[in-house]
Design a protein around this ligand. Sequence first.
Ligand code: ADP
Ligand code: ZN
Length: 732
Amino acid sequence: MIYSVIVDISASEVDRIFDYKGEGYKVGTRVLVDFAHRKTEGYIVSVKETTDYDPSKIKEIIHPLDDFEAISKDLLELGEFMRREYHLRWVDVLRLFIPAEMRGNRVKVLSKKQICLATNDSLDVILSSLKPNATLQRDLVTFLYLNGATLAETLNNEFSYATVKALVSKGILEEHEIVIRRTPYKDLKVASADKKVLLDFQQRAVDTVLSDRKGKYLLHGVTGSGKTEVYLTIMEQIVAEGKTCIMLVPEISLTPSMLRQLRERFGDTVALMHSGLSIGERYDEWLRLKNGEAQIAVGARSAVFAPLQNIGAIIIDEEHDSSYISDFNPRYNTAEVANFRAEQNGALLLLGSATPNLGSYYAAKQGKLKLIEMPQRINQKPLPKVEIVDMSLETRRGNRGVFSNVLKQRLAETLEKGNQAMLFLNRRGYSSFLMCTKCGYVAKCADCDVSLTVHREDNMLKCHYCGKHYYMLNKCPECHESSFRMGKIGTQQVVQLLNEMFPNVTVLRMDADTTQTKESHAKILEAFRKGEAQILVGTQMIAKGHDFPKVTLVGILDGDQSLHHSDYLATERTFQLITQVAGRSGRNEDTGTVVLQTYTPTHYCLQLAAKQDYLGFYKREISLREASAFPPFAEIVRILYQGEKENDCIDELTEHYAELSNLKGEYSASFYYMDKMRCPLKRAEKKYRFQILLKLNKDALEEVLPRIHSICDDKKRSSVQVFVERNPQSLS
Ligand code: ADP
Ligand code: ZN
């Protein structure tokens, strides 16, 4: 037989199928082949009888790499779709489907020694063969008789290995190596699974979704309306019917409470897929899904590629979250991939959010998704009351600090009552930049067009783009004066100020700097939940999904921060973020309060977010998008050029632009807009950045997009990277 193999080489630009000979292989198997005189891993993607190449030159597959097909037929089909849709190389797609550590054979199977009795004799008989004074040996035999086979490491707590050895040599005990599956978060405290009785509106949502098992749904439920319970109930039903489920959540490692609920409800039926796991855990969880030991895959966006068969439901929680769009190679849109897998498996697709993506809500209004609304909070808890504070008024009144008087007062009241507060500021570090007051010099990263953030804890300047560290400046490198002014306040400084203001109060901080180790997210959140601290300060990490009963105050320190980006998504993002953050307040006992500080208090986005008025926001924003022809009414395509040689980038771009102009001539009605420019972020990680922006009529996309791809494939300079992005999440 002839097998078509994709070789697993990334550096090269090869995206071709190579033919190899062999017998008895199945499509989807990983194999070792000889490629350009090197032993290389590859994937069999199809099989055929004959080949167009000279059969005598076709090499034999060396051997398979696993004793199963790593990639199922379904996933190969999905791969074809992704290649077409996102213009990806085969190898980049295939790599998404297996745990990275399978490549290069980096998975270690975990095995442990287990000890058991070697005979089926009764206890009396065995004991009679031992000396009466061999107490330890007798105890050990009795223990194993009563408890059955036990891991050696467990026995070693009480019995020495010498005792075990002695009995093994007498033929009374046996040792075995057994394979251990690593289960992440095994130790999460599992309370008795308290299954909640669904409220009417939750039950209705469940019934609607289950009424059409191939349907596509958008669940719009305000924060705290109990969406999670709806998801869990649906999955329970689907699994009971013998099918499997995928549930996607943004950054699952941030939500240990979600993990706890899943373990409580589903035990070992659920497997977790996310980057916080160790290599071994990740592989074992993948394998448990692959061979049917687990039926539910939960994880961040990559869990959409879970190796499941017979999928009955795919659920995307917080579907508006930008982490569902991969914005580096391989670029893909998780919801579109999920949609393909759902159709392929005849599964239902459920998107859920308190603040749906405008595109999703529009699709629902158009009847492409069935809309389910849950407008109330569980237990009728009112949505938190939001006070908008005009910070320019505050400044005029002489308060130049980061906390408005209202916020200070509310903080004091909250602490007084023994409740907790969360303060949100999407800027980590101590302050956003360092500027010389004499000459205006601003410290910047040598590799990126980004000003450096001051970090006080280690007294460093850091680039938040590439992560590079620099020593703190004593003197201005330009004018040698040493008088500096600092930029906007970051989370570190907020904590410092709180410590000064409330010396007896414990403050925790959660941002990328405090969460560098695997468990640190969970630790901070657990400590806060247990009441070990009264205030939690954080970046957008604290916005999502957390459910802290004692939090009655949320302070949003800089509500404008993401509002005034030039991006067309800026308002939508800000609305979502503020609604989500505000939703953390008052979820249980007392009514919650939110203090929203801003310099543009009358902006519709903030006004509507304060009222948690999604529909009002949707109406306003969608008509703006329509009037200005932005998604979902048009398609934005950005072609990004990056390279260390500025002129090469410009030359490459100019050549493509000329060809694109011809294309525009051919399809003039479909091009709303086309222009070339430097990116707002001019340079990053030593590379210059340029872009061509196109705005296209959606109807023309099918014809025009492949033409754009082929223009961009015709790249002349190896020094320039070219990426084509559709509706990118950021235009920076
Ligand atoms: P959402 O995801 O919509 O913001 P959650 O799923 O976090 O909301 O639910 C909010 C709170 O309500 C959680 O503490 C959850 O345990 C609780 N809850 C959900 N459904 C029920 C129910 N049927 N009965 C009692 N409590 C519930
Ligand atoms: Zn940098």
